[in-house]
Write a protein that binds this ligand. Sequence first.
Ligand code: DC
Length: 219
Amino acid sequence: MSYNIAIDGPAGAGKSTIAKAVAKKLSFVYVDTGAMYRAMALYMIREGVDPADAEAISKKCQTAEITIGYVNGEQQVYLNGENVTAFLRTEEVGNMASATSVQPAVRTKLVELQKALAAKVDCVMDGRDIGTCVLPDAQVKIYLTASSQVRAKRRYDELTAKGQTCDLEQIKADIEDRDYRDMHREHSPLRQAEDAVLVDSSDMTIQEVIDCILKLCAK
Ligand code: DC
């Protein structure tokens, strides 16, 4: 049986940085499920689909084949065979992913892929519904969060370091909108699983969070 660690939490809580480091330390595979929802969103943007049109999204879903692979240990996401990893981390794609991931057709397709992956390999998987829906039997479940102010500042620093101009207040507003949508959607909303450990990283360094999770895994 494979060993699975589920890390859920809102946008910008540091899930991917932490999950990646924990996976490396344990020699597990890191699975970024948000990137899969982003690849699906990129497809919908390219196809000009209205995110509110459930029927159109459900139909388009059938022609989007999402797969993942690894190059030098880094997850790559393929959309109908094209490596789209480099196009996924924009605010536009993130907002579209939040909007389209409310649709059951999108979720059903991606959850199936995630479950199949986790059954095969020891992994650290991060997302919104991993502990609650995708891997209810994960050996370790973490709900990683931080205040919206701290999360907005982290995203702002990340984007400015890449040379992008951005507005801190706008990022904070986007994060709060996304939180609301992710937490209030009908299907698999973001919530802490009953058996998940809450970690608030607002006043913690990355290393402190990593150590805290590794300690929980060792128990
Ligand atoms: O973690 P992220 O910012 O890359 O995720 C982008 C969007 O995808 C997020 O707003 C909600 C959706 N998502 C989801 O619904 N379920 C997941 N397991 C992961 C992401």
